[in-house]
Ligand binder design. Structure first.
Ligand code: UDP
Length: 215
């Protein structure tokens, strides 16, 4: 019996990830989506409920293909409780240079580049054309939308979200530029200084997004 690989999430993210999984594992494993919404099929692949997936007797692994990092964390705990490991979905043209350590369950989309001396935590999502330059430290459940430019000597803490095309200016050795836990960087922003935890920044240069006044 072939192993069964589940791409958790059958929406936009999952449908973008399934071709990466097929290219890497399609010849050696059966592939399905898993989704908690009642759906039957997407792009020719069956969509199983979690219970149906878990009940399958094959050796099973899961890739969490949902952009929301809090949901990834919740589903990661669910997989761990069920004893089902996560697997990495890495596009064939990803460039990884030297001394890169990356945690379980990452999704590395086409044209992603990871250069040298990089540490990355669990369930990292690096979408199309993103890069991580030298000496960066990235936490758990960090999400890069397409085209993120993460330059050298940057620390990105757990659950940060970096929007499409954002540029994060390089830090200095021993003085990294830090994006705090749970922070959000808007699409197209140019981040020139530290972003505190849970803050949203936008623009060029990036500034805190003012909260809208609700009357
Ligand atoms: N989903 C799920 N379990 C959860 C949360 C979400 O199966 O606990 C599924 C949800 O039904 C949807 C997908 O994950 O099909 C998320 O889709 P969405 O378009 O919100 O996000 P994206 O695909 O862009 O990450």
């Amino acid at each position: 019996m072939k192993p069964l690989l589940g791409v958790y999430g059958a929406s936009g993210c999952g449908r973008g990830v399934m071709p990466i999984v097929r290219a890497r594992y399609g010849h050696e494993a059966d592939l399905v989506f898993i989704d908690d919404a009642p759906m039957k099929e997407a792009n020719g692949y069956p969509i199983l409920s979690w219970d149906a997936f878990r009940a399958n007797p094959a050796e099973k692994r899961v890739c969490l293909a949902i952009a929301n990092s809090e949901i990834r964390a919740k589903l990661s705990d669910k997989c761990a409780s069920a004893g089902i490991p996560l697997f990495e979905a890495r596009a064939q043209n990803v460039v990884e240079m030297h001394d890169v350590i990356i945690g379980e369950g990452a999704i590395l989309s086409p044209f992603v580049t990871l250069t040298s001396n990089i540490r990355i935590g669990r369930c990292f999502h690096a979408n199309l054309y993103s890069y991580v330059e030298h000496d960066c430290v990235i936490g758990d459940f960090v999400t890069f939308a397409p085209g993120v430019k993460c330059n050298g000597n940057i620390v990105i803490e757990d659950h940060a979200y970096i929007g499409s095309g954002a540029v994060i200016k390089q830090g200095r050795p021993g003085h990294p530029l830090t994006i705090g836990r749970g922070a959000t960087v808007g699409a197209g922003a140019v981040v020139t200084k530290d972003v505190p935890p849970n803050m949203t920044v936008v623009g060029v240069p990036a500034r805190q997004l003012e909260k809208e006044l609700v009357c």
